[in-house]
Write a protein that binds this ligand. Structure first.
Ligand code: FMN
Length: 474
């Protein structure tokens, strides 16, 4: 049985006393393996407690008084409250780990002990858990503010070790890390990124291009170290466990290694910027990679002045973060909501005007961005205009960034499709939609209806435009 032992103790309580108290408490609880020895913040430095943790082979954890106070304990004590600022230490500490108390708390002259049973292996202590969530929240893609400070080898080593610990399909570990410091090489890579930057800028509508001009998209020459993370799709040979049905898992594995690297770097105070303004083959050629090695990510790494609290694309108004409640579905696609909330369809959500997503997403002072949504029709007739997005609801079209395939199966799904599309476009900075329904079908009309409902809910302007057949003789 996995046990947690909570201990409240006065300063200087001896190891002998603690060992006897805890030994009896654990025996009364029926025995088991003590995984966690837990007490209030500050008492972890008590030598007796440290020795006891070592003797038990348990992790010594602490918890803040405020957290202890939140626990509803069976035997609160006014005396403990006076001394420790919480009515219980031992029992409350056990409960704070999610364990269930199994005996009444026991006392010795200087200490109290409570024993709890864990239904499963323990997680991290609250303080440590917090650090993990913190690094996830505070990781940033960094492109500016790099400082002239070399990266020590031991720091880089820790970062690469973390990357190399990533999960991988069949433990194939398909990644490699090519470290690039040579300025000459970085210049060539920089030229490739600049060319793609120009190509992307040229593809944008005028207003969006102005906005893009203010964005920095790489730090290839501003950082002392670039890392090309590659993937060998054949790593591990023929029978890699888990890869046979879905070869994409190889690339997923390499991408996860990058995320590990990114998080470890953040913890070390190193900024990382991922650059993808390349055709992967062009980079492979500059780096003279063997033909079977593919580029997954190109990273610019260095110390920075600061880590911004929010993504640069959010700060600049280019794009917004998608609310979690939009991304969580329960049991079947479209029943969305946060855990514990009643799932709802996005169409129903958008219909409830008082819960407008416009209130969820701050859209203050965004530059005007009109998107013309054409439902149905031949993309070739419409895509010459950079502001146009063609939504295809029938068979899958050829891949094109201007064409969105949304094969709604009936009118209800069509409405959902429309609402979702407005939400997506809003997150990418759209402030107005112009809608043209070219396809003559109930589903096409339903998508247009969804666009209207979604636009109202998102606080986006929408104008219907009559269909003008591009090559009509009229
Ligand atoms: C696969 C991938 C490619 C990216 N490519 C670029 C890029 O070429 N240029 C850039 O400025 N940011 C790039 N980014 C960074 C994203 O813009 C960034 O992750 C996003 O805006 C969220 O910001 P955050 O990472 O600071 O949370 C890329 C991110 C990923 C995951």
């Amino acid at each position: 049985m996995n046990l947690v032992v909570g201990v409240g103790l006065r300063a200087g309580t001896s190891y002998r006393e603690l060992r006897a108290l805890v030994g009896e408490a654990v025996a009364e609880a029926g025995g088991g393996k003590v995984r966690i020895l837990i007490t209030v913040d500050g008492r972890e430095s008590e030598p007796g407690l440290q020795r006891l943790a070592a003797y038990l082979g348990a992790e010594l954890q602490t918890v803040a008084p405020a957290e202890l106070k939140r626990q509803g304990v069976p035997s609160p004590s006014a005396e403990v409250e006076r001394l420790a600022g919480t009515p219980s230490v031992a029992e409350a500490a056990v409960l704070s780990t999610g364990a269930e108390l199994v005996i009444d708390k026991r006392k010795s002259a200087q200490a109290t002990a409570a024993v709890g049973r864990l239904a499963s292996a323990p997680g991290y202590a609250p303080g440590e858990r917090h650090v993990v969530h913190r690094v996830l929240a505070e990781r940033r893609d960094v492109r500016r503010g790099f400082v002239d400070r070399p990266i020590p080898d031991d720091v880089l080593m820790r970062v690469l070790e973390s990357a190399h610990r990533a999960p991988s399909v069949g433990l194939s570990q398909p990644w490699d890390f090519l470290l690039i410091r040579e300025v000459g090489t970085r210049r060539k890579i920089h030229d490739l990124a600049s060319a793609q930057r120009d190509a992307f800028a040229a593809s944008l509508p005028v207003e969006r291009r102005k906005q893009f001009d203010g964005l920095k998209i790489e730090a290839i020459l501003d950082t002392p170290l670039n890392i090309a993370v590659t993937c060998d799709a054949g790593r591990g040979g023929r029978h890699v466990l888990g890869r046979h049905a879905d070869p994409r898992t190889t690339w997923f594995s390499a991408a996860i290694a990058i995320q590990n690297l990114w998080l470890a770097a953040r913890a070390e105070g190193l900024g990382v910027g991922w650059v993808s303004f390349f055709k992967p083959g062009e980079v492979a050629a500059v780096l003279d990679l063997p033909a079977h090695i593919e580029l997954v990510g190109y990273l610019c790494v260095g110390y920075v002045e600061e880590f911004a609290p929010t993504p640069e694309l959010v700060r600049s108004g280019w794009a917004s973060r998608r609310p979690l409640s939009w991304a969580v579905h329960h049991e079947s696609w479209g029943r969305r909501g946060l855990p514990g909330a009643e799932p709802t369809s996005i169409a129903a959500d958008a219909e409830r005007a008082e819960q407008t997503t416009a209130q969820t997403i701050a859209r203050a002072e965004l530059p005007r961005q009109v998107v013309r949504v054409v439902i149905g029709g031949d993309p070739a007739d419409y895509l010459a205009r950079a502001d146009t997005l063609v939504v295809q609801i029938g068979d899958q079209p050829a891949a094109d960034f201007g064409v969105l395939w949304r094969p709604a199966r009936d009118a209800a799904e069509g409405v959902e499709t429309g609402v979702e599309l407005v939400r997506d476009l809003m997150l990418q900075g759209a402030t107005e939609l112009v809608v043209q329904v070219v396809a003559d079908s109930d589903v096409a009309e339903a998508v247009a209806r969804g666009l209207r409902v979604g636009a109202r809910a998102c606080g986006i302007g929408l104008r219907d435009e009559p269909v003008e057949l591009p090559h009509s003789s009229a």
